[in-house]
Write a protein that binds this ligand. Structure first.
Ligand SMILES: Nc1nc2c(ncn2[C@@H]2O[C@H](COP(=O)(O)OP(=O)(O)OP(=O)(O)O)[C@@H](O)[C@H]2O)c(=O)[nH]1
Length: 451
């Protein structure tokens, strides 16, 4: 609830509430003290030491619909009190300079975090790790700008240090280097924030949809023995070892027998697989090890399209239907798989699986969790990773202007100074004081009511 009339809020209690003390007691209707709405805890935060920087009061009440409705209705009878809009508290905090834009984005991510890895990343951002880093760089650029101004004004003066210009260039080099290191992060933060994308690809009837359903633990995709059942991309999100995963089931890859719609599905399948962070290339193990069908699968594996997908990094081969392969659980099977892969030039890590009996399931889950953790999950990095494309764009822009400054002739230092100003502005746009109305509108739509 938002109010311009906080003193009246006190009317919901009989005793006076002290600032920042938990007040336990009955909550009354402000217009009818005989009407007890609930018993709860109230907290009063006088501004500016509050989340928004303004006077705030919190009511902790029982969560039943009738209790919440009666307290809301009672608050609504106080003049100038109304329901807050989505993100209004945070917007006020931003307007009152209690938070910068990166912290706000961290709060929004915290609200929407679904996995432990996302929560950890969001907490770091909400606590200002990105803000501190970007603000440090901006302050250093401002320092450089001050030196350049002195150089412009007093370069004729004998007192000005002779090597000030080269000192400034060294400082600019340092900033560029720091930002480049931050940008070169394998998109770690963005991937953790949005989820690691995983595409399941392979020929029809290899069990791709069955695997998706197993991962999602519900019937997301249609499973049938008819080849070409999946025609478009079916997507679901899940949590694997605390990491967010966006899994996509795709149309089976085949070159003959597909109609126009399925052909379009196959095109999308290949596109999705190429774009994904991880690929599971699924084959029917029965066909792979069957003397009649084995050579057909081998020929298909040589197809340029299949070969291209298999040679992409982060691609694993899954030999499904292990339950249909004789002695699949024998120790010799590992050697057999190794030989099969070597003979076909397949270097991808390969897992034997049965979506029916769940043989190999633990092995696949462990492989994925460890791979994600090793590749994108080391969140304990000294510097926090980038979390948004928006930040990346402004940082690239900042580097671009710093490089133009460096290339500008010393004689044209006034033009160079303008580039420094643009570089500092680019960083200011990330933390949010320059031209960010559209960003704010989009951001606050992600918040829940109130917060
Ligand atoms: N025996 C056995 N059958 C399986 C296994 N996994 C899937 N199947 C069956 O294989 C058939 C095809 O499975 P799907 O999951 O629809 O295969 P798909 O690769 O998605 O097929 P498309 O949609 O044509 O690309 C279904 O009848 C499944 O029940 C398995 O591990 N063992």
């Amino acid at each position: 609830m938002v109010n311009q009339n906080h003193t009246k809020i006190g009317k919901l209690h009989k005793k006076k509430i002290r600032p920042r003390d938990a007040h336990v007691g009955k909550i009354f209707h402000p217009r009818d003290k005989s009407n007890v709405l609930d018993s709860g805890i109230s907290l009063w935060f006088p501004g500016p030491k509050s989340y928004t920087g303004e006077d705030m009061v919190e009511f902790h009440i029982h969560g039943g619909i009738a209790v919440v409705n009666s307290v809301m209705e009672a608050l609504g009878t106080i003049p100038n009190v109304r329901m807050a809009e989505a993100g209004e508290f945070s917007r006020r905090a931003f307007d009152n300079e209690k938070m910068d834009l990166t912290k706000l984005e961290g709060v929004a991510d915290l609200i929407n975090a679904e996995t432990e890895a996302q929560r950890r990343l969001a907490v770091r951002q909400a606590h200002g790790e990105l803000y501190k880093m970007y603000e440090t760089w901006r302050q250093r650029i401002v320092g450089v700008m001050a030196k350049i101004e002195a150089f412009i004004d007093f370069s004729e003066d004998e007192n000005i240090e002779e090597d000030i210009y080269s000192e400034v260039c060294r400082e600019v080099d340092w900033i560029i280097n720091e930002i480049e290191l931050h940008l070169d992060d394998k998109r770690q933060g963005e991937i953790m924030r949005n989820g690691v994308s995983l595409s399941i690809v392979g020929p029809p009837n290899s069990g791709k949809s069955t695997l998706l359903n197993r991962l999602a633990q519900r019937q997301v995709a249609i499973v049938s023995p008819i080849a070409g059942t999946t025609r478009d991309i079916v997507e679901t999100t899940m949590n694997i070892g605390g990491y967010p995963l966006v899994v996509r089931d795709t149309a089976g890859l085949r070159s003959s027998g597909a109609d126009v719609i399925e052909t379009e599905g196959i095109r999308r399948a290949v596109e999705s697989a190429k774009e994904a962070d991880i690929r599971l290339f699924m084959l029917d193990a029965r066909k792979v090890f069957d003397s009649d069908n084995g050579s057909t699968t081998s020929k298909l594996l040589q197809k340029t399209e299949w070969h291209e997908l298999l040679s992409l990094p982060h691609t694993f081969v899954v030999l499904n239907m292990a339950d249909g392969v004789p002695s699949s659980e024998s120790p010799n099977m590992k050697v057999k798989i190794k030989e099969w892969a070597q003979d076909r030039g397949i270097t991808n890590q390969t897992v034997l699986l049965s979506c029916a009996s769940m043989y190999g399931w633990e092995c696949l889950m462990q492989l994925l969790a460890e791979h994600i953790k090793e590749t994108w999950g080391s969140n304990s990095a000294q510097h926090m990773p980038l979390t948004k494309i928006r930040h990346r764009q402004h940082l690239k822009n900042c580097i671009k202007h710093l490089n133009v400054f460096k290339e500008t002739d010393e004689e044209m230092v006034v033009l160079g100074a303008e580039e420094l100003r643009k570089a500092s502005k680019a960083l200011g746009q990330i933390t949010g004081r320059v031209g960010i109305e559209d960003v704010l509108d989009a951001l606050f739509s992600e918040f829940c009511i109130g917060k």
